[in-house]
Design a protein around this ligand. Structure first.
Ligand code: LMR
Length: 392
């Protein structure tokens, strides 16, 4: 079967980690995949997660199947997190990670929507793979202006105005991946207004709640869409904010016109999930529910989340300072304006290759640097190498 088949290319992000692991050079640094590292270069299990796991191990009494949609308590906690309170015209299912949520949404858009999805230029590389696999037609709208290293507001809004009714628009709730450029409250209001006027549908990728400004401030986009009354999906991931990467913990929330419509959406989310993966993996969802339902654990988790966000902000400032001190031919102030784990550095493909081949520093081909992977130990080496690459 495989003789005539060409091998698939390595994944643009996780493929880099595979290559990194095989690299035998001593001073190697992986700034590819979006994974948080502490100052020792570890991705620790949060204390709140460890405490929740202990409780779960003690009281868990079955490994029987989960409901297709996951436990109702999980869905309720997810809604409180993304909306600030429960929403009666929304239904939530527990999915294997944010990727699982996106795929369920994509299948539903292919079945019931216009089959066209608009994504920002640029966007997370895997968005294209997921939507393509579901049979959607992918179109792009302008988003990032490489000159100003900011939003191309004119291009963005002009393109949104032209998106026809029933098409779906993918939006990043916060910490835009890969650019780190987020919309202001006013800009979100404008997006919601256009969505309502044109009658398009939105899919909000919410993978970094709490990594931008705060858990609540990062919800502004979802809030504005909710107020506008449009139908939309929210794909949540708890890989980053709970550090549950390998537990594949996510959720898909459908917001519909009425509670009855949301129930219809729920029936189809379940039917789709059943075909794709049957029912969700339990452990990560149990951790999230245990933490969010317990005041003490919630408090601990929120302080750990704040700590991760502050650590990344410090790493951004240190990177910008380190590069400026090395005289790179670029104003680095944008690095501290960008939000989330990534800095869209402006490094070219050749420079990215140079860093990998000559310095064993791994960065995504688009020039996206995982700032959350910088430590005191590797910062100087990384700044030296990037400065050398930029001056070449
Ligand atoms: C990333 O963009 O690096 C993360 O979202 C991890 C992934 O699955 O690609």
């Amino acid at each position: 079967m495989w003789k005539e088949i060409e091998a698939a290319p390595a994944d643009a992000i996780l493929g880099l980690t595979e290559a990194f692991k095989k690299d035998t050079r001593f001073a190697k640094v992986n700034l590819g995949v979006g994974v948080y590292k502490d100052d020792e270069g570890n991705t620790p299990i949060l204390d709140s997660v460890k405490a929740a796991e202990k409780r779960i191990i003690e009281i868990q009494n079955t490994k029987s199947y989960m409901p297709i949609a996951g436990e109702a308590a999980y869905g309720e906690e997810v809604q409180k997190m993304i909306f600030g309170s429960l929403c009666d015209r929304a239904e939530t299912i527990h999915t294997p990670g944010g990727t699982g949520a996106l795929r369920v949404a994509a299948d539903l858009l292919a079945k019931f929507g216009s089959k066209t999805i608009w994504v920002s230029n640029p966007t997370w590389a895997n968005h294209n793979n997921i939507f393509q696999a579901a049979g959607l037609t992918i179109k792009t709208y302008p988003y990032y202006d490489a000159k100003t290293k900011d939003l191309d507001a004119d291009g963005f809004f002009a393109a949104l105005e032209k998106i026809p009714a029933d098409d779906c628009v993918l939006l990043h709730a916060c910490c835009h991946n890969p650019s780190g450029v987020d919309l202001s409250t006013d800009q979100w209001k404008q997006v919601a207004q256009i969505a309502q006027k044109n009658g398009w549908f939105a899919l909000v990728d919410f993978a970094y709640q709490g990594f931008g400004i705060s858990l609540d401030a990062d919800r502004i986009g979802v809030d504005e869409l909710l107020k506008s009354g449009i139908d939309f999906f929210v794909a949540s991931s708890f890989s980053k904010n709970f550090g549950l990467y390998r537990e594949r913990t996510g959720a898909l929330t459908a917001v519909a016109a009425t509670p009855a419509d949301a129930e219809t959406a729920m029936s189809h989310m379940k039917a789709t999930a059943r075909v794709l993966y049957s029912n969700p993996p339990a452990h990560g969802g149990m951790i999230v529910t245990t933490i969010l339902k317990d005041a003490e654990l919630s408090k601990l988790w929120k302080s750990e989340l704040d700590g991760m966000r502050e650590h990344i902000a410090q790493a951004r400032a240190a990177l910008a300072e380190g590069l400026t001190a090395r005289g790179v031919p670029m104003d680095c102030s944008f690095m501290t304006r960008q939000k989330g784990m990534f800095s869209f550095s402006g490094l070219t493909k050749d420079q990215v290759n140079f860093l990998k081949e000559e310095k064993a520093i791994y960065i995504v081909g688009s020039g996206r640097i995982n700032v959350a992977g910088l430590t005191h130990g590797n910062l100087g080496f990384v700044c030296d190498a990037i400065a050398e690459a930029m001056k070449k």
